[in-house]
Design a protein around this ligand. Structure first.
Ligand SMILES: NC(=O)c1ccc[n+]([C@@H]2O[C@H](COP(=O)([O-])OP(=O)(O)OC[C@H]3O[C@@H](n4cnc5c(N)ncnc54)[C@H](OP(=O)(O)O)[C@@H]3O)[C@@H](O)[C@H]2O)c1
Length: 501
C-alpha cells in the first residue's frame, strides 16, 4: 500500500524575489525548477517571480533570457503555451543592492500584487552583498516579524563563509534582520531524491536498522567524485578547495543522514537536532599530527582522459603555478558515540576523477572464518549496501550466493534497484523540492545555523592543521584516476580498500 507521509503540498501565494535574477544560478537552476513546479501543478494559485540585477532590462528581455535558459536546463521540455502563461508571472527590476531605490521599487511591486503574498527573498548574489540586501529589505519594511502572516523568508546559498569565524559573521548579518525560523540555508544535496530516501530507507524498513551500528558495520565510504576539472569556476575554486567546496556541506550532510539516530518525529527541528548530534560527535582532527594521520589532499596532474590531453591543476587558466589548493581530499573520520564506536567513515571527493559519481557504501562485517569463509587465501566478499546518489539514483545490496552446479561455488551477487526503472521518468531536480519546501515553510531539508557552524568548526580544525604544515606543494594524481596513492594509506586495514565504483 502506498503510504503518504503528510508534508502538506499546499504552498501559500508567494512572491519569489531573486536577488541576482540575471545570474547563473537563477538561469540554470531556479527558473527551470519553478517552471517544472508549474508544469507539475505544484505552484500556488498566486505566485510571482521578481528578478533583480544591475543590468538594465525590460521584463520582456528578462523573460526571453530565462526562456532560453529553461530550454537548456529544464528537466521537462518547454511546452510553448504553458511557458507563455508561466512567464506572465515573471518580472524584472534593475538596481544596485547597496541603494535604497531598489527596495522602494520592490515595495511598490509587492503592493501591486496585494498584501496576501508570502515574500521569499532568494539571495543568489555574492555573500558580501548579503548585509546590504538584508538591511535594505528591513529598512523598506519588507520583512515581517517571525510569526506574522503573510510571512517573509530568506534563502541563502553556499558558501556560507570560508571558515568558522566568517560563517558566524554571515549568519550574524542575516540574523540581524530575520529570525532563524525564516532563514533557509540551501545545501542542494539534501533536495536530491536518494538523499531524502535515506531516512525512509533506514527508518521505514525493519531489516537494516538492527544492523546499523558498530557490531555489524565494518566501515562506511562516502564518495563524491567529479570528472570535470575546475572549468569556469577556477578563481572561486582556488580560493576554496575540495574540503570547503564539498566536505563542509554536502559530504558532512550525507554523513549526518547515514549516521544519525532515529528522530522521534519528522518535524523539521527534530530531524535537524538529530543531524546536529552527528556533527557534534565527530572526532576533531587537530594539529599537524592529526591532519597527517587522518587526511590526504592532492591536486590533479596532467593526463590523457577519454583520448584528450587535460592539463594539471596548476596549469589551468587563472590558477597560480604555485597553488597549494587541494582538488582531492580523503578523510578518515570517526563518529564518537555509542552506535559508531570504532567504525571509520572514509570520505573522499575530488575533481578530474575516474567518473562522476556520488555514493554511500556501507560495508558490513565479514562472516566468521568457518564454513564457506574458511579459506583464508580467498575470503568471501562481505555484504555491501551501496546507496547511489548520482548519476543513476538507486541502491544495490551485495550478497553471497551459490552458483548453480554440482560443486559448491559461492559468488557475490548484487540486488539492484534503480529509481528511473522502478518509477519511470526523471526524478525532480533538487531545487524543485527545495523551492516548494520554502513556499510551504518546511525547513527539514535546510541547514540550521548551529549545524553550519558545527560543520565549519570541524573543518576549520583541519584547515588550521594544514596551514601549520606549511606545505609548498601537494602530491598529484593523474587526471581520470581515483586519486593519489597516498589516500590508500588511510585505509590501511588488510581487507579494506577504496571502492572502484
Ligand atoms: N551558479 C551556481 O550554480 C551556484 C551554485 C551554488 C551556489 N551559488 C552561489 O549563488 C550566488 C550567485 O551565484 P551565480 O553563479 O548566479 O553568480 P553570477 O552569475 O555572477 O550572478 C550574480 C548576480 O548577482 C547580481 N549582482 C551582483 N552584485 C550586485 C549588486 N551589487 N547589485 C545588484 N545585483 C548584483 C548580478 O547582476 P548583474 O549581472 O546585472 O550585474 C547577477 O544577477 C553566489 O553566492 C554563488 O556562490 C551559485
Amino acid at each position: 500500500m502506498i503510504q503518504d507521509v503528510e508534508n502538506s503540498l499546499n504552498a501559500a501565494p508567494s512572491l519569489l524575489v531573486i536577488f541576482g535574477g540575471s545570474g547563473d544560478l537563477a538561469r540554470r537552476k531556479l527558473i527551470p525548477a519553478m517552471y517544472n513546479l508549474y508544469l507539475d501543478g505544484l505552484l500556488p494559485e498566486g505566485f510571482a517571480i521578481l528578478g533583480l540585477g544591475r543590468k538594465q532590462m525590460t521584463h520582456e528581455l528578462f523573460r526571453a533570457l530565462l526562456r532560453e535558459a529553461a530550454g537548456k536546463f529544464s528537466r521537462q521540455m518547454i511546452v510553448e503555451d504553458k511557458w507563455t502563461t508561466f512567464e506572465k508571472s515573471i518580472h524584472y527590476i534593475s538596481g544596485e543592492i547597496e541603494k535604497r531605490q531598489l527596495y522602494d521599487d520592490i515595495a511598490v511591486f509587492s503592493k501591486k500584487l496585494g498584501g496576501e503574498c508570502n515574500r521569499l527573498f532568494y539571495l543568489a548574489i555574492p555573500p558580501t552583498s548579503y548585509s546590504p540586501a538584508c538591511r535594505g529589505l528591513c529598512q523598506a519594511g519588507l520583512v515581517s516579524a517571525k510569526d506574522d502572516s503573510p510571512t517573509s523568508r530568506v534563502i541563502v546559498e553556499k558558501p556560507i563563509g570560508h571558515d568558522l569565524s566568517s560563517a558566524k559573521a554571515i549568519n550574524a548579518v542575516i540574523a540581524d534582520v530575520f529570525h532563524e525560523s525564516q532563514i533557509y540555508r540551501i545545501d542542494h544535496y539534501l533536495g536530491k531524491e536518494t538523499v531524502q530516501n535515506l531516512l525512509v530507507f533506514r527508518f521505514a524498513n525493519s531489516i537494516f536498522e538492527p544492523l546499523w551500528n558498530h557490531h555489524h558495520i565494518d566501515h562506511i565510504q562516502i564518495t563524491a567524485a567529479e570528472e570535470d576539472g575546475v572549468g569556469t569556476r577556477a578563481s572561486y575554486y582556488d580560493g576554496a578547495g575540495a574540503l570547503r567546496d564539498m566536505v563542509q556541506n554536502h559530504i558532512l550532510q550525507l554523513l549526518c543522514l547515514v549516521a544519525m539516530e532515529p528522530p522521534w518525529s519528522l518535524d523539521a527541528d527534530v530531524v535537524r537536532d538529530a543531524r546536529l548530534e552527528v556533527l557534534r560527535s565527530l572526532r576533531p582532527i587537530v594539529g599537524e599530527e592529526g591532519v597527517k594521520q587522518y587526511t590526504v589532499r592532492a591536486q590533479y596532474g596532467p593526463a590523457t582522459v577519454h583520448g584528450e590531453e587535460v592539463p594539471g591543476y596548476r596549469r589551468e587558466a587563472s590558477i597560480p603555478a604555485d597553488s597549494t589548493t587541494e582538488t582531492f581530499v580523503a578523510i578518515k573520520a570517526f563518529v564518537d558515540n555509542w552506535r559508531w564506536a570504532g567504525v571509520p567513515f572514509y570520505l573522499r571527493t575530488g575533481k578530474r576523477m575516474k567518473k562522476r559519481t556520488t555514493e554511500i557504501a556501507v560495508q558490513f562485517k565479514a562472516v566468521p572464518e568457518v564454513l564457506f569463509n574458511a579459506n583464508k587465501d580467498r575470503p568471501l566478499d562481505a555484504n555491501l549496501l551501496v546507496l547511489r546518489i548520482q548519476p543513476e539514483e538507486g541502491f544495490s545490496l551485495r550478497m553471497v550466493s551459490k552458483r548453480p552446479g554440482s560443486k559448491v561455488r559461492v559468488v557475490p551477487v548484487d540486488m539492484d534497484f534503480q529509481y528511473n526503472q522502478a518509477y519511470g521518468g526523471v526524478s525532480p531536480e533538487a531545487y524543485e523540492r527545495l523551492l516548494l519546501d520554502i513556499m510551504i515553510g518546511d525547513a527539514t531539508l535546510f541547514m540550521r545555523r548551529d549545524a553550519v557552524e558545527a560543520a565549519w568548526s570541524w573543518v576549520t580544525d583541519i584547515l588550521t592543521g594544514w596551514q601549520k604544515q606549511a606545505t609548498k606543494w601537494l602530491p598529484e594524481y593523474p587526471a581520470g584516476s581515483w586519486g593519489p596513492i597516498e589516500a590508500d594509506r588511510l585505509v590501511e586495514h588488510y581487507d579494506r580498500k577504496w571502492r572502484d565504483t
